[in-house]
Ligand binder design. Sequence first.
Ligand code: G3H
Length: 541
Amino acid sequence: MTKISELAALFPLANDIPADARITPLHQRETLVGGEMRRHEGDTKTVLSAVHLRQEDGLLVPAEVGSYPLGGPKEAREALDAAVSAYDSGRGRWPTMTVAGRIACVEHFARLMVERREEVVRLIMWEIGKTRQDAQKEFDRTVEYISATVEALKELDNGNSRFQVVDGTIAQIRRAPLGVVLCMGPFNYPLNETFTTLIPALIMGNTVVLKPPKFGALLFYPLLFAFQKAFPAGVINTIYGRGEEIVPYLMGSGEINVLALIGSSRVADSLKKQHPKSNRLRAVLGLDAKNPAIVLPDADLDITVRECVAGSLSFNGQRCTALKVIFVHRSIADSFVSRFAEAVGKLRCGMPWEPGVQITPLPDQKKPRYLAECVAEAVKHGACVVNEGGGESAGTMFRPAVVYPVNERMRLYHEEQFGPVVPVVPFDDVNEPLDYIIRSPYGQQVSLFGNDPQQIGLLTDQLVNQVCRVNLNCQCQRGPDVFPFAGRKDSAEGTLSVGDALRAFSIRSMVATRQSSSDKALLTAIVDGRRSNFISTGFLL
Ligand code: G3H
């Protein structure tokens, strides 16, 4: 049996799928708009799984997960109108509600969401090919993110539940919503990363138009019912369809106040330009990255190899934080490469539901071809695939390829491959990777492997001004979620952490008056009589 057919044999026959992983195709025909589950009568989009099914004759055919409504500008307009009307220029029930009231709705939603865990996890597995364990982790991390957001908001709001008196002016300063948020997450963390903007946007009093990602759209369906039950009508509205058709339409309306996008800088750049009043648009963006690892001569290779494997190949390298190029000092390059290749060779390829599996099918059916082209081009320019079987593919399964030695003539040196190919670049002088980072259009994170305090200290001082997180002897990553997640250059706009996101989706607004006895009496009457949700000294426990 050839290597290719070994990979093909990893795909199941329909009857081989274990009962606890099976899925009944989900043909979604409704979207949530203005508090109603609206029936869609128009075109639909078939959702093909990352997982292919092996036919008796060996042919691989993508499994069908279901279909969803293919809305256009008309449907986008309806969703937008519902969000605009629920916001009602800041006078709607949601933006004027007490913080405690909004927290209660979000907590209600979280309870309902947890009931749909298994359905959502299964859809994550089938739609994007994430392992069951990682899909569960994604779900649970999202629920924890919601609780942490609630706690962070209580702390923020309690800190603002007081008056300040400065130079004869009495003021109360709180955070107020911004308006209508267009929220779009990525396919690799369709639930988690969408919710890391959606939840703070909602809880701060904004209303939302949510467009699920291209891969990973159906998994939102079970949650639509929870949104409907937990939030007032129009607070959250969904739109499904071709992004390139719908999103420019929404942006061009001028009625979107915040663009929350985790995606590509090319798309973000073009969308921002579509808004007719750029000063009225806030952008919260998580974009491209090509995080490098720099392996110094005195690095502990056990730790370095372990972290670089996890950093470059978790979820098949499809993480914005993934290590996408590894610079290794030439003095240890051979030994690093052979140990790294050996460790990569031990990664288990298989279907998302198989216990212990690490490499799974890719959701983008075109990706294996792109990756193969990048590898072939590197080989043409003198690199080799150093791990056995690296770069072989069958259907959507692509065996990770460790490519060495990579140099600046190769696409793998520059492009964000976002998949299971790991370029390794040897260097003689640490200024080579430093120059790479300085010249790079990206500036998210870096991983530094070494043990010399003098050198690590010096490099850190320089690197923190190029990226937003320097990881010492560990892989790049977003978490823990209370830490700031940001990027420079084309990698991000704004900072997302549990606390920072609350600020990103709100603006400070205040009420102020002279310190006269009549105005003091007025404020006291408002507070004592609970006449305002903004002017209040209530404490959230
Ligand atoms: O795709 C980008 C994610 O935010 C990465 O998150 O580092 O926790 O995998 P992670």
